[in-house]
Structure formats: structure tokens, C-alpha cells
Design a protein around this ligand. Structure first.
Ligand SMILES: CC(C)(COP(=O)(O)OP(=O)(O)OC[C@H]1O[C@@H](n2cnc3c(N)ncnc32)[C@H](O)[C@@H]1OP(=O)(O)O)[C@@H](O)C(=O)NCCC(=O)NCCS
Length: 152
């Protein structure tokens, strides 16, 4: 049995501040903390998107992942997106990243989405989880990023 329990953030909204802090620290070089707070808050309002999931080790949050309608405004033809994947330092290297990705994929599959996309600055990470690099794209306004696709 898995060490972690992954749930939609809407079922555990008390973890919102921790998730905002993680995402801001990991990805907030250009965006403000309020930007991430807004994304997280909008995922507990009951809409289809965005979705945020949190991994718990007991009552301790140890990771998160999201499924977003759009993560790259230059590629709005692609949908939906796996986004905001984060594993707490205390839980890294233990397979939680793969578990969070699988959870997000299963959520999308259950809703009939045949494809899932993500973008990353990292090379040689997502490939190991079965993602296929499909070329480069631009994050606003001029940051070159790597696009990945997974057939569900
Ligand atoms: C990226 C992240 C989710 C991986 O979580 P994790 O639990 O350590 O992941 P895994 O155990 O599945 O994989 C660990 C492997 O990924 C590699 N890795 C971690 N971060 C990486 C990165 N930014 N680029 C490339 N490889 C990376 C590690 O070196 C390790 O490699 P090894 O297995 O050969 O030792 C986690 O490190 C994290 O949240 N980081 C902060 C956010 C971030 O940097 N996101 C960008 C990811 S490309």
C-alpha cells in the first residue's frame, strides 16, 4: 500500500497556504505569490478547471500537482495540461512525483481526455515517465520551453 494519500484540494482546503508557498518558491521567479494564491484558490471553487491535488503523508502535505485548462498562452490549441508538479524536499526520490503524475493522468482519463500536455525547462526528466518531447514553444514573452505530450 502506498505511503501517500492523494486527494483533490477541494477535499482538503486547509492545505492551500502550504501549496501556494511551494509553488511560489519553485516557480515564482517572475510571478508574484498572489498569482499562485489565485490559481490555488480558483481550484477549490468547484469548476472543472483548474484542478489541484495534494499528496498527504498522514496529515502532512508532501506534494502537489495540477491539471489546468491552459498553462502556456502561446499554445491554447493544446488541452489539458499537467502543471505545478511539486514534491516537498523531505519526500523527494521516493516515487511521489510518479504517483502524482499518475493520479492527474487517471483524473483526465476518467473524464475522457485522450491527451495530456505539459511544458518544462528541464530536459531528461519527464521522458522517464513516458512523456514524449514534441518540440519547443514560447512562454510569455520570449522564454523557450520544452513541450511534452502523453497519450492517455
Ligand atoms: C522535480 C521534482 C517534482 C522531482 O521529484 P522527485 O520526487 O525528486 O522525483 P523522482 O524521485 O521521480 O526523480 C528524481 C530524479 O529526478 C531528477 N531531477 C530532479 N529535478 C530535476 C530537474 N529539475 N531536472 C532534471 N532532473 C531532475 C533527480 O536528479 C533524480 O534523478 P535520479 O533518479 O537519476 O537520481 C521535485 O524535485 C520538485 O518538486 N522540484 C521543484 C520543482 C521543479 O524543479 N520542477 C521542475 C521539474 S523539471
Amino acid at each position: 500500500m502506498s505511503r501517500w494519500h492523494i486527494v483533490p484540494l477541494s477535499e482538503a482546503p486547509q492545505y492551500q497556504p502550504q501549496l501556494v508557498e511551494w509553488l511560489w518558491q519553485a516557480f515564482g521567479d517572475q510571478q508574484s505569490r498572489a498569482f499562485f494564491a489565485s490559481v490555488i484558490e480558483s481550484s477549490v471553487r468547484g469548476a472543472d478547471f483548474p484542478q489541484t491535488f495534494v499528496a498527504l503523508d498522514g496529515v502532512r502535505p508532501v506534494g502537489t500537482v495540477g491539471v489546468w485548462r491552459c498553462d502556456l498562452i502561446s499554445r491554447q490549441d493544446l488541452f489539458p495540461w499537467l502543471a505545478a508538479l511539486y514534491v516537498d524536499e523531505s519526500a523527494r526520490g521516493s516515487g511521489l512525483s510518479a504517483a502524482l503524475q499518475s493520479y492527474a493522468e487517471a483524473w483526465c482519463r476518467a473524464r475522457g481526455f485522450p491527451d495530456l500536455y505539459l511544458y518544462s525547462l528541464c530536459a531528461d526528466y519527464y521522458e522517464r515517465f513516458g512523456w514524449r518531447y514534441i518540440g519547443d514553444a514560447l512562454d510569455y514573452p520570449d522564454v523557450v520551453v520544452r513541450l511534452y505530450h502523453k497519450a492517455l
